[in-house]
Design a protein around this ligand. Structure first.
Ligand SMILES: [Cu+2]
Length: 143
């Protein structure tokens, strides 16, 4: 084997070894982490609910919110996902990945049901919470 070729072969060997080592570290980390992604949604803020405005704070454990239209990071250590939000059993939902509170305005007075689902990058629901609110009969709310 001539010198440049030997150097190349050695470099390829080291690259392969590094790749294997990296794979093992990732595999070990996921084996130790048995916690599945989990959604937490707070009760609606009472002060805004009294004015007819639903504000829901949420967060996720073991998942990071990621914008739907951005390519997924290839080497993300934490799974990525987003929310599906459905109001009053509507056949449609909207998606949110901002991490900012959900703000729902204009619900009629009376009881409403807000389904918040945690979805993975393939839009499969992996956790959910249902929040029931009662909008008081008040004037129009502004935010
Ligand atoms: Cu989705």
């Amino acid at each position: 084997m001539n010198q440049p070729l030997r150097r190349f072969a050695l470099a390829a060997l080291f690259a392969a070894a590094a790749s294997v080592a990296l794979t093992c570290v990732v595999a070990d980390a996921s084996a130790n982490d048995t916690s599945a992604p989990r959604l937490l949604v707070d009760e609606p803020l009472p002060e805004t609910l009294a004015r007819g405005l639903v504000v829901l704070r949420y967060r996720a454990e073991h998942l990071q919110f990621h914008p739907l239209f951005k390519p997924a990071p290839v080497d993300a250590a934490t799974p990525i996902g987003h929310l599906h939000v459905t109001v009053d059993d509507s056949p449609w939902h909207w998606a949110d990945a901002s991490g900012e509170p959900l703000v729902i305005q204009g619900l009629t007075a009376g009881p409403h049901k807000i389904l918040v689902e945690l979805a993975n990058a393939k839009h499969q629901v992996i956790d959910s919470k249902t929040v029931e609110v009662v909008i008081p009969p008040v004037k129009t709310a502004h935010h």
